[in-house]
Design a protein around this ligand. Structure first.
Ligand code: GDG
Length: 483
């Protein structure tokens, strides 16, 4: 296979500028890990925004940053503050994000946001077109770049294009609400392979293609004038071994090397070994169902008062999109709910909810995953949800229970979890009790199946399966063109 390039909104590095010194800090997220192996192995480039507004950089600094990035095979797309505001915070996160997560009442229909989305997508496409050659392969990521596939295909039809959507694709009845629905579909159809986390998202997409464009679809092939487009599902995995090894090492650390958080967690259990911890980790996002989770925890303490004083919910909410109105309101609601639960059930020596509104280092994340008896993952909509998979990978002693929303893509792979409807507070409350009293043998039985599955289809397998399909689609295309 020829070179494979990656295009995503953000580059896999952040830039730290101090007194004209430029430092590149590699991202440790799942996407960066999985894709790094791909573009390095196939001698490609990664095209994306480096995370700094171009208004803050002079020409000399910009040139220096570009030079440094190219050492990492990264190519930057520079965005001004206004572009970030209208394209990223705007159309991507105020229009597409709520639409695709079924929050129709939050959608912003301002035409200026759409205009910025088109022009910034064109910027990404132009940068990609400068970088790639006919015959190369390109893998484009996510909802911020839905128009890029067509913008590239129309200029360089000999490039094989893959597109992967990391969030849900909504049902047609929701998707059709958007004035620019046809344009988005046309943009995506510039790709030769379109991937989703689950079969349901794939099905919803195909139904929108059929209804809006009238194209013929057989199995997972869309037939348009002179091309065949493959549509398939690829449930994204995690770097399983990394989480596993980090959890193993965390336990083996001598006391003096343990983090402050780790020592606090051990102290919690010292008071009484009967004590339990429940874990909740997300970006602070309305799609993650955080308020309902707190209401359900409150209902649980009300319905099962024998647990008061013995169970603590650790809630980590990572700040996200803090300039968007609905996120500001959500933060206020969560702050208030935490206060209400703690005020209602707390005492001098018992805090029901430990709330962290910040990002924690990876080491602490692992300590939380390995110390908590239950993971409470209750999004109202979620493309996949990697937190559930990371919890599974970090359970070295094979105990632990996951309470999981049926609305998360990951639920399709985790039949052994306690599956709940995230809007059903009574159901979540009783699932919390069920998880806490579940015998260890049953926990292990469930966890063994989960671990085997999540280990087998990890992030490297996910990316290699996508690349395999890209090479298949390239062959289909070549034989189609030869006819
Ligand atoms: C989108 C889709 C889809 C969280 N807090 C900290 C921290 N994290 C890391 C977790 C996990 C990641 O962030 C969150 O990933 P999710 O998958 O749960 O959610 P989104 O950010 O919404 O991601 C989602 C995903 O794309 C992939 O396709 O699954 O559905 O919405 O990896 O570990 N990491 C550190 N400190 C924290 O405090 N270091």
């Amino acid at each position: 296979m020829n070179r494979i390039h990656i295009v995503s909104n953000r580059l896999p590095v952040s830039i730290n500028v101090e007194n004209d010194d430029i430092e590149l800090i590699p991202s440790v997220g799942g996407l960066a890990t999985g894709m790094r192996s791909v573009y390095k192995e196939y001698n490609g480039k990664w095209i994306g925004w480096p995370g700094l507004a171009s208004d803050d950089l002079d020409d000399q600094l910009t040139a220096k940053i570009e030079e440094k990035l190219i050492e990492e095979d990264c190519v930057s797309v520079h965005l001004s503050k206004q572009e970030i505001d209208l394209y990223y915070d705007g159309f991507s996160n105020r229009t597409i994000w709520p639409l695709f997560h079924y929050f129709a009442q939050y959608i912003d229909y301002t035409p200026e946001l759409w205009d910025a989305f088109v022009s910034v997508n064109q910027k990404f496409a132009d940068k990609a077109l400068e970088t790639i050659e006919e015959g190369d392969t390109i893998w484009i990521h996510d909802y911020q770049l839905l128009l890029v596939p067509e913008m590239i295909k129309s200029k360089k039809p000999g490039v094989t294009i893959g597109f992967f959507l990391h969030i849900p694709f909504p049902s047609y009845e929701v998707f059709r609400i958007l004035p620019w629905r046809k344009e988005l579909i046309q943009g995506m159809l510039g790709a030769d392979l379109i991937g989703f986390h689950t079969f349901d998202y794939q099905r919803h997409f195909c139904s929108s293609v059929r209804r809006l464009m009238g194209y013929e679809i057989s199995f997972n092939e869309i037939h348009i004038e002179d091309r065949i487009i493959l549509v398939d599902s690829f449930p994204m995995g995690i770097d399983y071994d990394k989480f596993r090894e980090a959890a193993t090492q965390s336990f083996q650390k001598p006391l003096q090397e343990k983090s402050k958080l780790h020592r606090e967690l051990e102290k919690y259990f010292l008071v009484s070994p009967e004590r339990k911890l429940i874990l909740s980790i997300d970006r602070m996002d309305y799609s993650k169902g955080i308020p309902n989770r707190l209401r359900a925890f409150s209902k649980f303490l009300e319905d099962y008062p024998e647990w008061i004083g013995k169970v603590t919910l650790i809630m980590l909410a990572v700040p996200s999109r803090g300039t968007v109105e609905h996120y500001i309101n959500l933060k206020r609601e969560v702050d208030e709910l935490v206060g209400t639960v703690n005020g209602k059930f707390g005492s001098i020596n018992y805090t029901p909810v430990w709330y962290f509104y910040r990002s924690l280092p990876f080491e602490n994340l692992i300590e939380l995953y390995s110390s908590c008896d239950v993971a409470l993952v209750t999004p109202v909509r979620d493309g996949m949800n990697l937190v559930a998979k990371e919890y599974v990978a970090s359970r070295t002693n094979r105990t632990g229970v996951i309470i999981l929303s049926e609305m998360a893509g990951v639920a399709k792979e985790m039949g052994e979890a306690l599956i709940i409807n995230p809007n059903n507070i009574n159901e979540i409350a009783s699932a919390i009790n069920q998880a806490l009293v579940m015998p260890l043998d049953e926990q292990r039985e469930r966890m063994i199946f989960l671990q085997d599955r999540i280990k087998r289809y990890d992030v490297f397998k996910w990316s290699s399966e996508f690349v395999k399909s890209l090479s298949k689609v390239e062959k289909i295309q070549n034989s189609f063109n030869a006819k």
